[in-house]
Design a protein around this ligand. Structure first.
Ligand code: PLP
Length: 293
């Protein structure tokens, strides 16, 4: 992946606004002492852009602020972060599908001195996801090892925050690949379906779309919310409720949905085939690609 555009989001002095500084994405910009690099102590968002528009921008900014609160980071100046996203979206406006990532780290740890956060935003062209969106993906169910009430019992585990600590999520995908699959649906230790490592789970049962609730300690998905808001145009009702692996195996169709790949239908779960709803997958992906806000 070649990053094409990079902006540094420089925090202001106390009381002053942050500002954006152009930077060269081909050269190192981050200190080796930054806790983003040494501890994964920070937050991020990834959103899709197309032809200069940023998709679900406000929802991503709101979730960025929510993650900052969960990690006790200083509240990000959302106007400046929004400007960074839009500036990058503009620079990628030749492309139908691109993405922008915004990152806020706690900064450089110096004993006795409050760290100044480090922020940056970069964007590039999206990969070609046509195969995943049409043929679908093979998934395995993996135990996340956390109970479904983890948010209430152990908020320090940051379940449902979008932190930089994605090593576990990536390890889960490698485990899926070892098992001959592409992706993962995490299951809580008490047997409820959760989410993918980088996506939300949506299933169709008849004329109803269902997804698990955020209260189970999963990331509130912006793509899932936009799809549910659009569902009645496809004659579908929506419900947010706890789901089990049996619900997935009995579903009429299911998808992993996320900002950049959009809706990837599941074609097998632990090797057992699941129906791929090609017309609805195409309709969902057409809708998601066409969003201008
Ligand atoms: N769940 C997790 C763990 C994720 O990392 C992501 C996105 O990266 C999602 C769900 C889907 O969120 P969104 O639709 O906002 O991209």
């Amino acid at each position: 992946m070649t990053v094409q555009h990079l902006l540094l989001v420089v925090p202001g002095a106390p009381g002053a606004a942050a500002h954006l500084v152009e930077a060269d994405a081909q050269h190192p910009q981050l200190s080796v002492l930054d806790v983003a690099a040494t501890r994964g102590d920070g937050i991020f968002e990834t959103l899709s852009t197309g032809r200069g528009h940023a998709q679900a921008l406000q929802a991503h900014l709101d979730r960025f602020a929510r993650s900052a609160r969960m990690l006790d980071l200083p509240a990000p100046d959302l106007a400046v972060w929004g400007d960074a996203v839009l500036a990058l979206a503009q620079r990628l406006d030749d492309h139908d599908e691109a993405w922008v990532k915004i990152v806020l780290s706690r900064g450089i740890e110096t004993p006795g001195v409050a760290a100044l956060p480090t922020g940056w935003a970069y964007g590039t062209v999206s990969p070609d996801f046509r195969r995943e969106r049409t043929e679908g993906v093979d998934v395995v169910l993996l135990d996340r090892g956390l109970r479904s009430d983890v948010s209430a019992t152990s908020p320090w585990l940051l379940a449902g925050a979008k932190t930089l600590s994605y090593a576990v999520n990536r390890a889960a995908v490698r485990e899926a690949q070892r098992r001959g699959a592409d992706d993962v649906v995490f299951v809580s230790s008490d047997g409820l379906l959760l989410e993918g490592p980088t996506s939300s789970l949506v299933i169709r049962r008849g004329d109803e779309l269902a997804t698990p609730p955020d209260a189970l300690g999963i990331l509130p998905g912006t793509t899932q919310v936009d799809l549910f808001a659009a569902a009645d145009q496809w004659g579908l009702r929506t419900v947010v409720e706890p789901l089990t692996p049996d619900d997935l195996r009995a579903a009429d169709a299911a998808w992993l949905v996320s900002s950049v790949r959009h809706a990837a239908p599941l074609r097998t779960v632990d090797g057992a085939p699941l129906p791929v709803d090609a017309p609805l997958s195409a309709a969902m992906n057409g809708f998601l690609r066409a969003r201008t806000a």
